[in-house]
Design a protein around this ligand. Structure first.
Ligand code: IPE
Ligand code: IPE
Ligand code: MG
Length: 258
């Protein structure tokens, strides 16, 4: 379990790890990885340097999730609104993702990780799509950690897409309007077959959802880090602390505690 560099389990994180294993773990953790730009700015670096450092954090979070046996890790990599950024930053973000997949997909595959994409890939260059689809195809039968990458993803766009597909299936007589309930609606979302997130973490202190998983987070526990924990600063300790916070919450789903 001991690794080099930033990945290392210190005494403190080893203790936290033992602590979180004592209580039920979230089955599904979703993360809004925010603050890369501010991390870079603080250091007088270009925003892209923050995104690059953010990939290191992601690697670490994947490792910890896998070690804990978390089933679903959903990460917000690029939103439908992120196209508003300068084209150079958009391209850098996409290049980083492709580079990450190209370098690491074999290792992820060997660890039984399954990669799923939430979002519409049509907007991307065919070479980008190819790399992403290769990773999805290669890992599709794996039964370990599911990494759901929200890419060109927006919660509202996802809901509109579901409505349109439901109307199409009603018109085609595949379903009847009476069949439409919460379960059926969920099955038309990108997250079909994925349970709703138990825990949503957002780094960098922003207290908003930014169009992430709007339908799915109805009863998700939300954890917002302190403003000084920008995504590249997020580490094993802060991740485990967020899980401890989740474990100390009482989930009532509208009911009462008995
Ligand atoms: C999150 O960091 C990364 C993505 C949006 C992909 P930001 O780039 O939003 O960083 P800040 O919020 O500007 O600091
Ligand atoms: C949310 O972060 C999107 C991702 C992390 C991919 P943003 O930085 O885009 O969100 P806003 O603009 O601060 O709401
Ligand atoms: Mg941001």
């Amino acid at each position: 379990m001991f690794l080099n560099g930033d990945n290392k389990y210190t005494d403190e994180t080893t203790k936290l790890m033992a602590l979180v294993r004592k209580k039920p773990l979230p089955v599904h953790v979703a993360i809004i990885m925010d603050g890369n730009g501010r991390w870079a700015k603080k250091r007088g670096l270009h925003r892209v340097a923050g995104h690059r450092q953010g990939v290191e954090t992601l690697r670490d979070v994947i490792k910890t999730s896998d070690d804990l046996g978390i089933k679903h890790l959903t990460i917000f990599a690029f939103s439908t609104e992120n196209w508003k950024r300068p084209v150079s930053e958009v391209n850098a973000l996409i290049d980083l993702l492709v580079e990450y997949l190209r370098k690491e997909v074999m290792e992820l595959h060997s660890k039984n990780v399954k990669i799923v994409i939430l979002g519409c890939l049509d907007a991307f260059h065919p070479s980008v799509r190819r790399e992403i689809e290769r990773a999805v195809e290669l890992t599709k039968d794996n039964s370990g950690l599911n990494i759901n990458i929200a890419l060109n993803y927006g919660g509202r766009a996802e809901i509109i897409r579901a409505v349109k597909n439901i109307i199409q299936d009603v018109n085609d007589k595949k379903i009847s309007p009476d069949d439409i309930d919460e379960k059926l609606f969920s099955s038309y979302l990108y997250t079909a077959n994925i349970p709703d997130p138990d825990l949503l973490i957002r780094t960098s202190g922003e207290l908003r959802i930014s169009n992430f998983l709007l339908y799915q987070i109805a009863y998700t526990e939300l954890v917002f880090t302190q403003p000084d924990v920008l995504w590249p600063d997020f580490n094993k300790k802060t991740y485990l602390e967020a899980i401890v916070e989740y474990q100390n919450r009482q989930r009532r789903y509208g009911g009462i505690n008995t």
